[in-house]
Design a protein around this ligand. Structure first.
Ligand SMILES: [Fe+2]
Length: 427
């Protein structure tokens, strides 16, 4: 009996320790929490988080924000799966030291359905600890707004990059509030470095909004290109698994209000076979998901901002004409470029054709210069506006969607509107 009491007392003592062999409460809390779109965002949402490997089950508690005391919350239990995607990847610590990531965890991909449309929700993850509160807004409103940003290359030793991008998101918020954030890739410097994702997801915009995005070349790589894979992007979020073979959770489509978003992965369509597979899938998605607005997003630029030369526009414009894609969004070039609606290579009055836009960078560090005075080598008849601030560029966009039109504006870091674009629905 005495022995049993000693064992119990020892266990109580160990459980109260915050270090030693007992894992602390902090380690038991869910981390790297992010809200991703579900295929239909009116009534469903996806959620991604990680826990240490001793936690196999977690409860997601969700309720409308107006339910102040969580009295009418919905609680659903989810199981995690062991994730080793990021483990032992060669990386950098916050203080710039070389190290190998120690990233073995249980990964949770959750989907909640039965939500009310056009509603502001809050949620938290309950393990043996309770996470901080996160928020999202379901689709369903006739009018809604989003922030669009890309290329901030989060790199844990240089917090200034993250700071610049998060400040830019605040600038867009101050311009006009929005419901969610769309990113166009390269939000990390090395997507294989889990430390970078962990740091990024601690930032306020990841607590406040749903994020949808595309895989950028930087998100797809480890330091020094030791490994390149779309698994980094896939396992850092919980995107819908409705993409084509080997692109599930990387390429995906979702509907937010009147808009069908189709998200592509440039890294796996560099050759003609890859391009063919992607284009076949886009055709099928458009055929099966009729929508007033169809938007295609990828990371690689439509045009080279420096001289106007054709980039991905050359590979996609014929298909966009064929399918009636209203808006094509990209990033990567770090020089903002916009066009009026183009159909068959010519500008239209906007009732037909595709508006092409690529976002600037936003980290105040890896921007690209161009000479606005130099004549364009190509596409002078298509390109409407270009912009960058050179090496230290920070910019992002605000998108407003109504049944009549989409309005997309480019903002600089001071909140000045530099360019305005209108996109009309397919009637
Ligand atoms: Fe980039």
């Amino acid at each position: 009996m005495k022995n049993i009491i000693s064992i119990i007392l020892a266990a109580v003592f160990m459980a109260s320790c915050t270090d030693g062999i007992v894992v602390s409460h902090q380690d038991k809390a869910a981390y790297t929490i992010t809200t991703s779109p579900a295929e239909i965002c009116d009534t469903q949402m996806n959620f991604s988080w990680a826990t240490d490997t001793t936690i196999t089950e977690a409860i997601l508690e969700v309720t409308p924000v107006k339910d102040r005391n969580w009295k009418n919350s919905l609680k659903e239990s989810f199981h995690g799966a062991l994730c080793t995607t990021f483990d032992s990847v060669y990386s950098k610590t916050h203080d710039g030291k070389d190290f190998y990531e120690d990233a073995v965890f249980n990964k949770f991909n959750a989907n909640i359905s039965g939500l009310a449309p056009d509603t502001q929700y809050k949620y938290r993850i309950i393990t043996t600890d309770t996470s901080s509160v996160h928020y999202f807004h379901t689709a369903g409103a006739k009018r809604w707004e989003a922030c669009i940003i890309s290329d901030f290359h989060v790199y844990s030793p240089i917090y200034g990059r993250t700071q610049a991008a998060m400040d830019m998101i605040s600038t867009v918020e101050n311009y006009k509030p929005f419901d969610w954030i769309l990113h166009l890739g390269d939000i990390t410097a090395w997507g294989g470095s889990y430390t970078f994702w962990k740091d990024l997801y601690k930032e306020a915009p990841f607590h406040k909004y749903m994020w949808a995005g595309v895989n950028g070349n930087h998100d797809n790589m480890t330091r020094g290109y030791h490994r390149t894979t779309n698994e980094f992007f896939r396992d850092a979020a919980a995107y819908p698994r409705n993409g084509y073979t080997s692109e599930e959770g990387v390429c995906y489509h979702f509907r937010y209000g009147d808009v069908l978003f189709i998200m592509l992965n440039n890294e796996n369509m560099k050759d003609s076979l890859g391009l063919e597979a992607a284009q076949q899938w886009v055709r099928q998605v458009v055929a099966e998901n009729p929508a007033p607005y169809k938007v295609v997003c990828e990371h690689y630029q439509w045009f080279f901002g420096k001289d106007g030369k054709t980039s991905q526009y050359g590979r996609w414009s014929a298909l966009f004409d064929e399918l009636g894609i209203n808006l094509a969004l990209a990033g990567n070039n770090h020089i903002y470029v916009s066009t009026p609606a183009l159909y068959d290579g010519k500008t239209t009055d906007g009732t037909k054709g595709t508006v092409y836009i690529q976002t600037p960078s936003s980290d105040n560090e890896r921007g690209v210069e161009y000479d606005p005075q130099a004549p364009l080598a190509e596409n002078d008849d298509k390109i409407k506006f270009r912009w960058s601030e050179g090496g230290n560029t920070v910019g992002a966009m605000h998108m407003k969607v109504t049944p009549e039109k989409m309005t997309l504006v480019l903002l600089d870091r001071y909140g000045n509107v530099l360019d305005t674009n209108y996109v009309y629905p397919t009637r």
